[in-house]
Design a protein. Structure first.
Length: 227
């Protein structure tokens, strides 16, 4: 996997969180060894660009339950219940705050704490079904991290899709830079890239899984002591 990063300025924790998210997507098969990822750890929105089976801006939603995602033309909302997605969403993201030109290049990844309940999706006004933890709408896509199963098959990306990801990925990395800095960054972009080997990626996946297991064991211990 090729990873491009902007130089973090006092935001190493943001970078670490995004690296963990990349590891989780790799462990689930959404990203693979041939993927490319662009991360700017200084950007406030929990979003980064990826090139895998399709070019996509990943919007990461961390939720306490699977809940419901509502997609509209210019907004992405999440709430614990169907009705609250329109009346009182817990998460309400405007596409204008994301590093995209159109919502159709967004993949909403929902990381939730419920082991069995799947994420529900409302596309416009229609309730739709996810297949193997994934839904590709006319606009955005939604991925249920707990239940995602990648589609097998050879990946062949058109030149346009690859170019789109590289343009948007580079734009994400240069967010907030002056014109001169942007030019220098683009001319030397490979200096900001690193190849992550399968061994390194699997170590990241194992570390993320170890944390989850340890946290669950501690939670179960506390719960048993209080009963």
């Amino acid at each position: 996997m090729r990873l491009y990063m902007s130089s973090p300025q006092g935001t190493s924790m943001n970078l670490a969180r995004n690296m963990e998210r990349v590891a989780r997507l790799y462990g689930k098969g959404f990203l693979d060894d041939a993927s490319t990822v662009w991360i700017n750890s200084d950007v406030r929105a929990p979003a980064f660009w990826t090139l895998a089976a399709r070019p996509s801006c990943v919007l990461w939603v961390s939720a306490p339950s699977s809940g419901t995602v509502r997609l509209t033309k210019d907004r992405i909302r999440w709430a614990a219940t169907y009705n609250d997605t329109s009346k009182a969403p817990a998460i309400d993201v405007s596409v204008s705050t994301l590093p995209v030109d159109s919502i159709k290049h967004v993949t909403v990844v929902v990381e939730h704490g419920h082991p069995t309940e799947p994420v529900q999706v409302i596309d416009g006004t229609d309730s739709v079904k996810m297949v193997d933890g994934f839904y590709q709408g006319h606009e955005a896509a939604v991925l249920d991290l707990n239940n995602f199963v990648p589609t097998e098959g050879e990946r062949t990306l058109p030149t346009y899709a690859t170019s789109l990801a590289f343009v948007h990925g580079t734009n994400l990395l240069t967010t907030g830079m002056g014109k001169k800095m942007v030019t220098e960054f683009e001319e030397n972009i490979e200096r900001h890239g690193i190849d992550l080997s399968p061994i390194m990626l699997n170590q990241l996946v194992e570390a993320a899984e170890t944390f989850n297991v340890t946290a669950r064991l501690l939670t179960e211990q506390i719960s048993s002591q209080s009963t």
